[in-house]
Design a protein around this ligand. Structure first.
Ligand code: PGA
Length: 256
């Protein structure tokens, strides 16, 4: 595990975008796994600047989202496909057909989930997966209790997740209760994982995920088992980590 400590979200976005760009040079199949939420926005903005400068090539880039709400109209501004069009496909010039979102496509939901898993395999597997973390330790919408062997499926959102995400909607009642999410096993199959967290409310889940017991009670703790995990934290998100202790299992780069 490699941990980068950054001054703020902008610095985090710059470094993470540089790492995405470099990692994509390792592979012919340019498959990027993306998260929604506030945390990766600075990375997407930095990637857009790199694409505009011509250093980050997006002509073959293919994107897989972690999750999508169930039951939102397709043109709802919080529909994750729409969110990704705004923050990624438009600024990076990626055709919408190369953005894959795990969603209901009219058939049975389990068939849609299986089709999404197949699409990842057909694309060559996710090379770099960007991840945020929920205050309850979720990754994607894999809430506490999620099976480490889980693949893409329909999930019920935790009350705390709906409350946190109500900032993007009018009220908690407007946040859909269910979503389709990549599973923990799906995420763990990505060749490289980039976990990012910003802000004091992420300090505790980050400390538990990186240095606590590996348990479905804290889904992000499964990431400790990944051979190529890189973590990007601002100062506030790193305050509960015992940096001296974690140096025995991680390389820490302090840019803050
Ligand atoms: P955030 O969400 O980046 O908006 O904090 C992260 C998450 O809930 O996974």
């Amino acid at each position: 595990m490699i941990i980068h400590l950054l001054r703020d979200s902008a610095a985090l976005g710059e470094l993470a975008a540089r790492h995405v760009e470099v990692a994509m040079l390792e592979t012919r199949d340019q498959v990027l796994g993306v998260a929604t939420g506030s945390t990766p926005e600075s990375t997407y903005a930095a990637l857009s600047r790199r694409a505009a400068r011509g250093t980050f090539r997006t002509d073959r880039l293919c994107v897989f989202a972690l999750d999508e709400y169930i039951g939102l109209p397709r043109d709802h501004p919080q529909c994750y496909r729409k969110v990704l069009e705004r923050s990624l496909s438009e600024p990076l010039g990626i055709e919408p057909s190369r953005i894959h979102v795990p969603t209901d496509d009219g058939g049975s939901r389990s068939a849609s989930a299986a089709k999404f898993e197949e699409a990842i395999v057909e694309a060559g597997g996710v090379h770099v997966q960007i991840l945020g973390i929920g205050r309850n330790g979720h990754i994607g919408f894999n809430e506490p209790g999620s099976d480490f062997h889980s693949t893409t499926r329909v999930v019920k959102l935790a009350e705390s997740t709906r409350r946190a995400n109500s900032r993007f909607f009018g009220s908690i009642e407007d946040v859909p209760p269910r979503a389709m999410s990549q599973g923990l096993a799906t995420i763990m199959r990505s060749r490289r994982l980039m976990l990012m967290a910003v802000g004091a409310e992420k300090a505790e889940p980050i400390a538990r995920a990186l240095a606590g017991a590996v348990s479905p009670a804290l889904p992000a703790s499964v990431l400790q088992r990944h051979a190529r995990l890189t973590v990007y934290l601002d100062r506030a998100a790193a305050t509960r980590l015992d940096l001296d202790a974690i140096r025995s299992i991680a390389t820490v780069h302090d840019w803050s």
